[in-house]
Write a protein that binds this ligand. Structure first.
Ligand code: ATR
Length: 277
């Protein structure tokens, strides 16, 4: 029988995940499907309650339902617990299991495109939402001991410090210049730059001269932050690879093969972004 997987979110029409999984399904000749389902906040409880009888082998969960998925999964792994959110679900022995692959996707993308990115120094994370938690998890597990979180709301950054411990410090955006001084890695996790025409919020001259600047936003591929870093002569990595890499473990759970992130797949998604821009 064909295996069915889903992605839920609100909104969901912009999601590139069906393209990614569809590409892997046809590449590996697997009899399966992966469909996007628009689930609103008020409907998410009912969606999870009926999931066991829906015929799905599992699926992905995106904004704003990752915390609800965490609450509904019967069994969660340690990564999901540390991030407090689930983006990948699958059934095992009739039980709904959940993990979070965003931290893995973030680290794998940098491993591929900027080897040595985790060799030390201070890191600056802009933003303190759900995506920021996954990034901080990845940084901590790669041995970063000075993780500076700068956020519009300092209280939210302080919550992360309380959750992740003293390797994380909390700052407001007003202190950005001071906090950015000498850092080796900058990660933007906020939707700032989503429109592609905003001002980059950071003075690149303050960073370590060998700093790496990355953004988890991938529309546009080169965000204002990345552009400004490139013009300052710094290394940059865009966020598309994180999206591609976070998808791999879910595909393996549902369809039995760990697929590869190839230049062909990357090009497929870029072509789709250009089509819809
Ligand atoms: P996600 O799961 O994508 O991280 P989120 O949990 O809603 O989404 O978090 C959004 C992040 O973007 C937060 O850090 C938010 O700052 P606040 O915590 O102060 O709200 C940040 N953000 C969103 N719009 C912003 C803006 N216009 N200026 C500064 N920060 C912004």
């Amino acid at each position: 029988m064909a295996r069915k997987a889903f992605i839920i979110g609100d909104p969901i029409s912009h999601s590139r995940s069906p393209l990614i999984h569809g590409h892997w399904l046809s590449k590996h000749g697997i009899d399966g499907s992966y469909e996007a389902i628009h689930v609103k906040q008020a409907e998410v409880g009912a969606f999870f309650s009926s999931l066991a009888h829906s015929g799905f082998v599992g699926g992905n969960v995106t904004v704003p339902h990752k915390e609800a998925a965490y609450a509904h999964a019967a069994i969660k792994d340690q990564i999901a617990d540390e991030i407090g959110a689930v983006n990948t679900l699958w059934f095992e022995n009739g039980k709904l299991r959940g993990t979070n692959t965003d931290s893995y996707g973030f680290a794998q993308n940098l491993d591929e495109r900027a080897p040595g990115w985790d060799s030390g120094g201070a890191a600056l994370v802009i933003g303190a939402g759900g995506a920021s938690r996954a990034v901080i998890h990845a940084l901590k597990s790669r041995g970063f001991t000075d993780i500076r979180v700068a956020n519009r709301s300092v209280e939210r950054a302080m919550e992360l410090r309380r959750g992740f411990g003293a390797t994380v410090s909390a700052h407001g955006l007003a202190a950005l210049d001071e906090v950015a001084s000498g850092v080796r890695l900058v990660v933007n996790t906020t939707s700032l730059g989503m429109e592609g025409d905003g001002e980059a919020p950071l003075n690149m001259q303050l960073l370590h001269p060998e700093a790496l600047v990355t953004d988890i936003v991938y529309v546009p591929l080169e965000t204002p932050l990345l552009k400004s870093a490139r013009l300052a002569g710094l290394r940059t990595v865009d966020g598309l690879g994180m999206l591609l890499h976070q998808a791999r473990p879910g595909f393996e759970k549902w369809f039995g093969i760990l697929p590869e992130v190839t230049p062909e797949l990357r090009q497929l998604i870029i072509a789709d972004m250009e089509l819809h821009s």
